[in-house]
Design a protein around this ligand. Structure first.
Ligand code: ARG
Length: 565
């Protein structure tokens, strides 16, 4: 349920009754328990506007606030804050409703839209490396989240499958013959070997150049070789996706080459709009306030990354019908996206009301603050990193329970991959991020293990309780009250995270929820002797709703839970 809007409505009613004519202002979560559950901080701004004393205004609002169903108590504090306490009976009944609902009471968007999420986008010439990890993980979460909230999400994997280096690669693939697919097992090496041939042998280099022209002019033999190369390369990526439990499939691939045919048309349409200027032989769009123009066609007729993105933008807006298009791409491409978005709007390729956003993220660093590399300075292959995560996870959990060897494999996979994903998703995406095995595989702190452990702990309560939950949720003390309010905030958190494309808002919430639950559980025993039946039933329901919320939250992040940990 949308908890905040319930409270905002109460405030709005009070505004109306008090004759305060002002656009809606929103309450926020109280930062300390003594400030109540929610706080209204708008009186200060109102006071300035109306030339009155803020405390007076706050009192006026309180005098007209209907206390009872939702809010039971309101108090003016400090310079004019209003602290609000929610009605325990009401939150209890709302938690019961959430508990009996498979969506945990989370509603869907009133006006769902089509959203394109562009993520992962690896380059086919090379093996996926850690740089693609963040895009893949953040993008998949955003797509999961928007889908859960009812939008129609179209996942788009804009793979780099076109460019001059493919001439070299397919020339080498042909040269190595049937062994090609074997060599391709290690793309990085394949690329290096091909490059070596290119640099050392003039005949080979010429052949590679010839192949570029041939692929571009649609030569069947070359295109077949190219297709073979792309298939194998994409297969590598799919291994990574499946290890990562990421939902991208082949159907989501719309490669750069898909837009090739439209590129001459893009140029023609820009000419029609009178947006193109020649500069040093290249076709450019000069944008107001930008020093560097957007180059859309080189002097030799070749097209660029930006040209393809313009074609993709109009395809997504006009053919796919997207109203929001989110690009989950490295922050270093910010300039590129700012420019192509502007050109797309100015040229009318994309209607004005379509929301275009660059969901930017920072660089992955090692513990010493340098970009993440192998010991000898090479790029770390994603697949190796994920395998290492599973090995390390096994170490971290093996002593905890009496697992069978099959179980430990399964759980280590869930825990290891979960740790890598959670660590990435839990920081503000725009910051650079420090990759630290010890921190991410800890049972303490804001980690996936902490959440998975809390979930498993609740499951162990239910293993010991063999009955049927019945009866009401009763809010008995402050901790139960806070836990219940926290549980009801789930929908607000998800909506905000979807709006801001910020998965870390979900992890922050889960961390607060679990921390609160742990305290609640320490102080409020559930199955211990002496706990009366009604209290036991109520606490079981709160615990179960907590577990379900953790599970749902993690699922949106693409992380699984386990029953024993
Ligand atoms: N292949 C690109 C890269 O690795 C990312 C593609 C992002 N998507 C896009 N529509 N430009 O940098």
């Amino acid at each position: 349920m949308k908890l905040k809007s319930q409270i905002n409505n109460a405030i709005k009613d009070a505004f109306d009754k008090a004759g305060i004519d002002h656009e809606p202002m929103s309450v926020s979560e109280a930062t300390k328990p003594e400030f109540g559950d929610y706080q209204f901080n708008g009186a200060m701004a109102l006071a300035k506007k109306l030339g009155k004393n803020p405390r007076e205004i706050a009192n006026d609002i309180i005098d007209h606030l209907e206390l009872g169903k939702v809010v039971t108590k309101a108090e003016v504090a400090g310079p004019g804050f209003i602290n609000l306490w929610l009605n325990p009976l009401w939150i209890a009944s709302q938690c019961e409703t959430a508990h009996s609902d498979e969506r945990l009471g989370v509603g869907k968007h009133e006006n769902p839209i089509k959203v394109v999420v562009d993520y992962s986008g690896p380059n086919m010439a090379k093996q996926m490396h850690v740089g693609h990890l963040r895009s893949t993980i953040i993008g998949d979460t955003l797509a999961n989240l928007l889908t859960f909230l009812g939008d129609e999400v179209i996942r788009q994997n804009h793979i780099g499958d076109w460019g001059t280096q493919f001439g070299m690669l397919i020339a080498y693939l042909e040269e190595t013959g049937t062994d090609g697919s074997v060599c391709l097992r290690d793309l990085e090496q394949f690329y290096k070997d091909a490059k070596k041939r290119f640099d050392e042998d003039e005949n080979f280099a010429n052949k590679a150049r010839e192949y570029v022209v041939k692929i571009q002019s649609g030569d069947i033999h070359c295109l077949n070789l190219w297709q073979k190369f792309i298939d194998i390369s994409l297969g590598h990526c799919e291994d990574v996706y499946s290890k990562l439990c990421v939902k991208l499939t082949r159907d989501d691939v719309k490669a750069e080459s898909f837009y090739n045919e439209d590129l001459p048309q893009v140029i023609e349409d820009l000419v029609k709009q009178d947006l193109l200027k020649e500069s040093d032989g290249a076709q450019c769009v000069f944008l107001e306030g930008e020093e560097i123009p957007v180059i859309v066609q080189k002097g030799d007729g070749g097209y660029l990354y930006a040209t393809t993105d313009l074609a993709a933008l109009r395809y997504r807006a006009n053919v796919l019908g997207a109203k929001r298009i989110s690009y989950v791409v490295d922050a270093r491409q910010a300039g590129h996206f700012k420019q192509v978005f502007k050109v797309a709007k100015e040229s009318g390729f994309v209607p004005k009301d379509v929301r275009l956003e660059h969901v930017a993220f920072g660089t992955m660093m090692d513990k010493s603050g340098r970009p993440f590399k192998t010991r000898d300075g090479g790029t770390v292959k994603l697949i190796d990193l994920l395998d290492e995560a599973v090995v390390k996870a096994k170490e971290a959990i093996k002593e905890r329970e009496n697992y069978s060897s099959k179980e430990i494999e399964e759980i280590a996979h869930i825990v290891g991959i979960g740790a890598v994903k959670y660590a990435d998703l839990s920081i503000n995406r725009e910051s650079n991020y420090i990759f630290d095995w010890d921190k991410m595989l800890s049972f303490e702190g804001n980690t996936s293990l902490y959440m998975q452990y809390a979930y498993a702990r609740i499951q162990s309560i239910f293993r010991r309780f063999d009955g049927k939950i019945k009866g009401d949720i009763l809010i008995g003390d402050m901790l139960e009250h806070r836990l219940a309010v926290m549980l009801l905030r789930f929908e607000d958190v998800l909506r905000r995270a979807a709006e801001d494309a910020a998965p870390n808002q979900i992890t922050t919430y889960l961390y607060e929820l679990v921390t609160l639950f742990m305290r609640f559980y320490e102080q409020n025993p559930i199955l211990k002797e002496g706990v009366d039946e009604a209290t036991k039933m109520s606490r079981l329901q709160l615990a179960d709703l907590t577990a379900k919320t953790i599970k749902q939250g993690l699922e949106l992040l693409g992380i699984q839970v386990v029953d024993r940990l």
